[in-house]
Design a protein around this ligand. Sequence first.
Ligand SMILES: *Cc1c(COP(=O)(O)O)cnc(C)c1O
Length: 399
Amino acid sequence: MEVKKIIEDSERYLMHTYNRFPIVLRKGRGMKVWGADGKEYLDFIAGIAVNILGHCHPKVVVAIQKQAQRLLHVSNLYHIEPQIKLAKLLVTHSFADKVFFCNSGAEANEAAIKLARKYSKDHDGHNRYEIIAAKNSFHGRTLATVTATGQEKFQKGFEPLMPGFKHVPFDDIDALNSAINKHTCAVLLEPIQAEGGVRIPKESYFQQVRQLCNEHNLLLILDEVQTGMGRTGKLFAHEHYGITPDIMALAKGLGGGVPIGAMLATEKVAASFQPGTHASTFGGNPLVCAAAIATFETLMEDGFILDHCNRMGAYFQEKLKQIAEALPDKVVNIRGKGLLVGMELPFEGTVLVKSCMDRGMLINCTSGNVLRFAPPLIVEERDIDKLADVLEEVLDKFI
Ligand SMILES: *Cc1c(COP(=O)(O)O)cnc(C)c1O
């Protein structure tokens, strides 16, 4: 089908929840994707931090093919082997003792919110239910997670929002401290605010948050939907801060491209979920778990990919800093951890995203003026060099 006709059908049949760019991506391998018109792109957004091993990694593809021939779906009324194996991998490599599987980041946070409330009711009675989250955060689009999200633009029109959420400035321990009262049961934070513009808190912030939570007997919920699975150069971003949460949400990178979410918790907290309290028909389905196992095993092999992610992240920031030095009025600053990198601009960034796309580079702009880069963790220096050339050209010429 002609690209024009495909796009016409897209606009005709799909609800208009996205302002899509006028290209149709049809095929991908590693860092590359190709449009239906044959145009080649380097993918520096990777499905928004999803394709951590690049497009169609052979190990993930083979795992899906094999599982598809064996068993696609059975109910959670029965034990599911790939789900158990994936849970064991997650538990072995994290603070957590137990895992609940779902299908997206919002659902993982939704499960985390429900578990925190339930745990608090079980242990502290009916008056502790409030969750403190951060301004400028992003936790998803369900009614509870959009309420937890500290940005009004995502909430407008959906009022009345869920009761029981409060927002404080991110990276401000005093504000968090002042917001705690006898109704508070948990604190929900992203280790790095990703959608919020790649905001990295002070080194000591999360240690202080952990301490406050301990003092006030609050659960610490970390939303690692975007920062988890190696994105920041450690398996989970909270490892940078030397703390552990009580509950953690994962999704994006977890399945290497298939839709899967997970909510992890310590034994004590997880005990508040019992048969009948929470469930998901598709959660931990054999097909997606097989893909996630292949992704996880490949990511952890020899620690090679995490090391590579750290090296490429440093190289990436260095290249962007060179551009910032060459064009000081056009870049505010560069920040990032591992391969979650942001370039703050003194103007709206969407036009740049389009110019980069025309030149074969897929990037993203978030928070209005922050270019966000979240390439596959297998990105190479030569890919980063090509992006840097294009960025410098478009920043220099077109703005
Ligand atoms: C993307 C994202 C979500 C929402 O995930 P969905 O799979 O789109 O529901 C939640 N939290 C964070 C930090 C995210 O980046």
